[in-house]
Design a protein around this ligand. Structure first.
Ligand SMILES: C[S@@+](CC[C@H](N)C(=O)[O-])C[C@H]1O[C@@H](n2cnc3c(N)ncnc32)[C@H](O)[C@@H]1O
Length: 702
């Protein structure tokens, strides 16, 4: 009989194996456990509130329990978006349909990607699968790769369909001063930035800008990530409580009033249950009661900062009237005719929705409903306030709540959302006092100036800013006669129209590494409000230090920012390439082995001779239909693209080049990795066993 090896197991080897078994828990590898999508209180609450007609209620609840289909939209202002749209429709969706057919029994029509008809220019699409299903299906790996890579390069945004509505209703034009008060993670900010840039008749940098703010310091960096993708000099990220957003000062120390304000306020989020199934477990009637006050304060502050004639959008991803109509009604009532809810539905023609509610009740934690504040027991007085109730029916019509938009999940196969569009007709009744305070501040500021109207340092006394997160580097602008700018100007033959004072760095001492560009309007906000609000990020990287001895200027152009100054760069730093040259350059991933100029077209070889070494701009033109420009590097015998791989993939896709080398099938990769792991594991096991055997022999020998 063989020996019982268990008794004689080597404890060290055994511990090693045990440790392997208890590797840190990897959530992603666990099969998806469906949360039970039921909550009796939720269903009872909304049935009572009559959020939709009774005969639709079951459809509403049924839709809310289904996974949310994935949606994405193409970046509106990119000239190439027309070409990308063709590729999406003619190639990507065809591949998608053949992949999805094997996954699903449903008929072809139901599987077809749907264009969100209310979104302009066919730019927004809904796939008939959830993001999770796309991520987990090998048949759809190319679609998943497309979504990731085009998102990174800023050419598409993966955004929930209903979340695209508020920025559309904001109707942003290129000259608008915009404020996005609760902006993180930033999908709506991205849409606002796109809108600022989407008027292709505007040459150069638009005059408008967006200040994107969030109270959560960590989430502000999600906002940085989102906004950066769009390479715009027209945004600024701040970190403060929206309900106490300070007055900002622009030129001449005037308080800035905004043309457009988005208040996409924090909410209970029950409209996102299709995506965030855990809300089914957490939902309680009291959640909304605790949020109403903050939502009202943010909306009120937004109204104060709005220009007369300006437009603000209040939105939530909550279905609850306490967080929606009750907030709007309270604000409009207090504004006494100076604010008006308007009908902006022409911006979303084709969208199915319900009008805002004009009657609702307020419920206690135990789901007792009250129609009048006077009937609410005293014990609930800290949670339920008079302002949460609708005004008497004789009065309600004047608040125009019917113009609010409530989108429910069964109407367009989306999440739920609430949007109200408000216009400011006059100063708010309490705003006069605020303005007087501002005038007083201005007068005080003037007294602190050096007499000729120029401020010596920052105009306002440094006030203690709330301590949100870590300290940011300063924003240091170039002076009009900044020394290094002269080398930029000479090397890139920059036109005199270029304003060097729009360039900035983030390091006070030492060598400047990166130079960022922001619009003159954003520069004024940055300069005048440094001590007024916590500034997180602004400016698009446009030049970067490259201590290359072959280049006369120590700064190369950076792809992110060069588009904004492209028209100001001289012709001596430009090279036109042909299709094969382009593909060669874009396919080169190894900077140590750049494409040889000898392998390129004759025309490129000739131009190469005329351009001195260093950073340059590459042009590719396919006629009216497609024009590509990017940053390159002219070496002695080489010419290469100086761009990120995702930008390369995007351009290769646009010109119809072969992308197979970039199509990583993560499922195959994972299978290969696991095979290697198993082999290594077997080997290790064998080694452990050998070692054990040796040790056993030693034991025996002893
Ligand atoms: C519904 S999310 C905003 C989503 C965002 N607009 C978008 O489209 O990506 C609400 C945001 O409000 C922020 N927030 C919560 N309270 C706030 C406050 N008092 N001031 C400013 N932001 C606040 C949260 O951190 C959260 O990022």
């Amino acid at each position: 009989m063989g020996r019982n090896r268990k008794r004689n197991v080597n404890p060290f080897a055994q511990r090693k194996r045990d440790n392997k078994q208890f590797q840190p828990y990897d959530k992603r590898s666990e099969p998806y456990h469906d949360i039970v999508r039921e909550n009796a209180e939720f269903e009872k609450y909304y049935k009572h509130q009559k959020v939709c007609p009774e005969d639709e209620y079951n459809h509403f609840i049924t839709a809310l329990k289904k996974d949310l289909p994935a949606t994405f939209r193409l970046t509106a202002f990119k000239g190439e978006s027309k070409r990308l749209l063709e590729i999406v429709k003619e190639k990507l969706f065809v591949d998608y349909l053949s992949g999805v057919k094997d996954l699903n029994e449903e008929n072809d029509e139901e599987l077809k990607p749907k264009n969100l008809e209310w979104y302009p220019n066919e730019l927004a699409w809904q796939l008939q699968l959830s993001r999770k299903n796309i991520r987990r299906s090998e048949k759809l790996f190319k679609l998943h790769n497309f979504l990731i890579s085009e998102t990174k390069s800023g050419n598409i945004s993966r955004q929930e369909g209903v979340s695209m509505i508020p920025p559309l209703l904001l109707d942003v034009k290129s000259h608008h001063k915009c404020l996005d008060l609760c902006a993180a993670p930033g999908s709506k900010t991205a849409q606002i930035i796109e809108a600022l840039h989407s008027d292709l008749s505007v040459k150069g940098i638009p005059k408008g800008y967006v200040i994107a703010n969030d109270v959560d310091n960590k989430r502000c960096y999600m906002l940085v990530h989102q906004s950066k993708r769009l390479n715009s000099p027209c945004y600024l990220i701040t970190n403060c409580d929206a309900a106490r957003f300070p007055n900002l000062y622009g030129n001449n120390q005037k308080v800035v009033k905004f043309d457009r304000i988005l208040a996409d306020v924090p909410c209970s989020g029950d409209g996102t249950m299709r995506k965030n199934a855990d809300i089914w477990l957490k939902w309680k009637p009291a959640n909304s009661l605790g949020l109403h006050g903050l939502q009202y304060r943010i909306a009120k502050r937004a109204a104060e900062m709005l220009e007369i004639g300006g437009r603000m959008v209040y939105s939530t991803c909550s279905i609850n009237p306490i967080e929606n109509e009750a907030v709007i009604c309270r604000l409009i009532r207090e504004a006494r005719g100076t604010l008006e809810v308007i009908d902006a539905s022409t911006h979303v023609k084709g969208l199915k929705y319900n009008q805002g509610m004009t009657y609702w009740e307020v419920a206690t934690k135990d789901l007792k409903f009250y129609s009048k504040y006077e009937d609410v027991p005293a014990e609930f007085s800290t949670l339920i306030h008079k302002e949460m109730f609708p005004p008497p029916s004789s009065e309600i019509a004047k608040y125009n709540l019917q113009h609010c938009i409530r989108v429910l999940p069964h109407q367009n196969n989306t999440g739920a959302f609430f949007i109200a569009v408000l216009e400011k007709k006059q100063l708010l009744p309490w705003e006069k006092q605020i303005d007087e305070d501002a005038i007083e501040t201005k007068a005080r500021t003037a007294a602190e100036n050096n007499g000729d109207g120029e401020t010596i340092e920052n105009p306002r006394k440094k006030k203690k800013l709330a301590n949100y997160g870590h300290r940011e580097d300063p924003f240091i602008f170039f002076k009009a006669d900044e020394e290094i700018y002269e080398t930029f100007k000479k090397f890139y033959q920059l036109s005199d129209d270029f304003d060097p004072t729009c360039l900035l760095t983030r390091c006070a001492t030492g060598k400047k590494k990166n130079v960022y560009l922001c619009s003159p309007e954003v520069r004024e906000i940055l300069r005048n409000n440094e001590n007024n609000i916590k500034l997180i990020n602004s400016g698009v990287k446009t030049f970067s230090r490259c201590d290359n001895k072959n280049m006369e200027c120590q700064f190369r152009l950076v792809y992110e920012g060069f588009h904004n100054i492209d028209h100001l760069v001289g012709d001596e730093r430009r090279i036109n390439v042909e299709r094969d040259d382009l593909i060669k350059m874009l396919n080169n991933l190894n900077p140590l082995e750049p494409p040889l100029i000898a392998d390129m077209s004759e025309s490129v070889q000739k131009q190469h001779e005329k351009v001195t070494s260093g950073s340059c701009i590459i042009h590719y033109n396919e006629g009216d239909d497609l024009e590509l420009r990017f940053v390159g590097w002219r070496g002695n015998k080489t010419l290469r693209a100086y761009i990120d791989v995702n930008d390369s993939i995007h351009m290769l896709r646009l010109v119809g080049a072969d992308l197979s080398k970039y199509e990583v099938n993560k499922f195959e990769e994972k299978a290969k990795r696991e095979l290697v792991k198993t082999d290594e594991g077997d080997e290790e096991m064998a080694q452990d066993d050998d070692q054990e055997q040796n040790e056993l022999h030693i034991d025996e020998d002893n």
